[in-house]
Design a protein around this ligand. Sequence first.
Ligand code: SAM
Length: 345
Amino acid sequence: MKGTALRVPRAKGEETRRALRSVGVIRDDAEVLHEGDWVAFPLLDGVVVPSQWGEVVERELRPRRARGPSDYRELLHLPPEPTAQLPRSFDVVGDMVLVRLAEELTPYAADIGRALLDFVPGARIVGADHGVHGADRRRSIETIAGAGGWRSRHRENGIELDVDLEKAYFSPRLAREHARVAASVGRGERVYDLCCGVGPFSLAIARHARAASITAVDANPDALVLLRASVARLASRVPVTAREAPVEVFSRTAEPVDRVIFNLPLEGIKYLPSVARTVARAGHLHYYEVAPRRERGRRGDAIVRTLGGPVEWTLEEVRVIHPYSPAADLTAFDVARSPTPAEGR
Ligand SMILES: C[S@@+](CC[C@H](N)C(=O)[O-])C[C@H]1O[C@@H](n2cnc3c(N)ncnc32)[C@H](O)[C@@H]1O
């Protein structure tokens, strides 16, 4: 179909799109045309736009596909340099979207936020993620589009978690790991979820496994408020107890149990010897660590030594959960404790 379009340099693309939208003259049934360093916005028939906005050209217009864009970046018309820096991925937690932006993208943050708000079905708010900080691993977030704060409910593994991204740690990137650990829990096991955050491991186990009991421990009281709310809604038959305590204090007197999850990936190693005491004979430990990629093989042996040595502990599996930095991965180390005391072997 033939029609008119407003042609502008790509550098002015986003600004022009906003101006055309604000006066309601963009044609929604035709695709925006990308022509090298230029972009052409199809115009409704017969409209007149100020000549300083760009050049009105005749074009063969392509009907816009019925399906939406397959990538949020298709909704943005930024100059080439920032376009090349746009992150491909982002996280969705309930109706909230988190994206990590390079510093050079700061001037375009509001445009990126709006594009994500339009792209992600049901999105309410979009934030620039400045990472987690402090012992409680609270996230620092700058709202770049939408409104309403960072508390919500997130669904994963058939459970609904109460989350508040500014008050307590949560990452949707661990969903498969939460499910995998829950699937490994045997009938009647007693479980500790140390450094539980808002409790995605505990809740997945309570929902999908036949554990005898789960004790979820964290030093951040806000995380436990959220966990208790999720537990109350889940109404599982498995009792879940939320305990506010530093792991190093809890593990001093805790009764050993069949399975321990310990997810404090940056500094957990210093508490590992005391956590080892909380694992019963023939029990299992799921320990998480940010491990340098090239040391992954050796790291498992070092962890076994820190726990108490290879006579007592056996490394069963090492898994990469996700990349953490260019040279390190969040890595899971599954370790089993021997059924008999070392002296008796
Ligand atoms: C990486 S988050 C893990 C959250 C959770 N396990 C998950 O999978 O989403 C680490 C958690 O450890 C808690 N934490 C940090 N230091 C701690 C300590 N010494 N004792 C107990 N909890 C601690 C933080 O509050 C945070 O919730």
